[in-house]
Design a protein around this ligand. Sequence first.
Ligand SMILES: Cc1ncc(C[n+]2csc(CCOP(=O)(O)OP(=O)(O)O)c2C)c(N)n1
Length: 380
Amino acid sequence: MIKPLEFIASLKNLDIRFVTGVPDSLLKDICACITEYFLPPQHVIATNEGSAVGLAIGHYLATRRPALVYMQNSGIGNAVNPATSLADPQIYAIPMIFMIGWRGEILEDGKQIHDEPQHVMQGQITLPQLDIMKIPYIIIDSNSMRIDHVLSKLIELAMLRSGPVALVVRKQTFHPFKLTKPVCEDSRLTRETAISTVINALPGHVPIVSTTGMASRELFELRKAMGQGHDRDFLTVGGMGHAGQIAAGIAMAKPDCQIVCIDGDGAVLMHMGSLAISADCSNLLHIAINNGAHDSVGGQPTKGAVLDFTKIAKACGYGCISSAVTMDEIALNVQSMLGSGLSSFLEIKCKCGARANLGRPDRTPAENKSDFMRFLEKDL
Ligand SMILES: Cc1ncc(C[n+]2csc(CCOP(=O)(O)OP(=O)(O)O)c2C)c(N)n1
């Protein structure tokens, strides 16, 4: 396994001065080490992977040095446009190094490791995607030696081709590394308690679209524990940042039905412009659980900790806006917002963390979809 500190030392020796990206659970240890040893503004946790490519382009223009851009392989989708339409050697020719966590990886014998459904397709196409984007790559794993040589070769290649190159990282490549300063330890509610309070306050006929990561897993487990079934919940297991627009799409198609979106601060930030669209839906209650972190993938901080989402929601045009920190405030707001006839935005401030024994949905996405669609067809 590669020691995160060796990786950092190699980056610094190779004069890499700027690191940016969106965190990933597979890269959790190396991301924690980057946070510890590249202090802002040398390290920026970007709001989406495409924005991280933008920051890397700006860094190169100003310094002539390539940046390291890290992401989960599902983030390649967000990075494609600026990488192919700007950084590519045929356009502005900007060297940079992508570090990509390979979820759903394909082993050397061609078999795919078992991973969650949302990683299956993305795992299969990760290398072909890089090939089609003409981005050369090196794959590393727990047996890789001399990360300094690997990085030096990649950086040389990025400079030589004047464009992006990639380091594709298999599962368990890095030794564990823990942040010395935990991101958020306080007495606020957990996300699971917040979600449980929301579902208890909702009438049974209201469908929910929940965001990527632990929020959807917690919603699934809560329904199970309450014996309520899963048909009224659509779990946005992939496509981070799109739960709000999925909910808005339903709200527009079913104007007489109330719909709730349970979102995360990292996910809202990823595609924040879409708030202006959701705000047009008078039958939508958009709930942002703000724990100031990407809790589901290791707790790396987001700008959620310093942003006032209620002001952003107001500026985007939501009709009814509030913020809650207690169970009572959540319940009261949910009830009054649902009856308001206005598009509503509720920020719930939570702490990080989840139960150690949190399970994963045991219904497939196909089952989830058909159950949910049947639920929407009912006279809600
Ligand atoms: C495009 C994309 N980038 C990164 C990820 C990895 N990822 C999954 S959940 C998550 C964190 C979500 O953070 P937030 O919305 O704040 O919810 P929390 O985990 O704090 O509940 C990330 C980065 C992803 N699934 N998709």
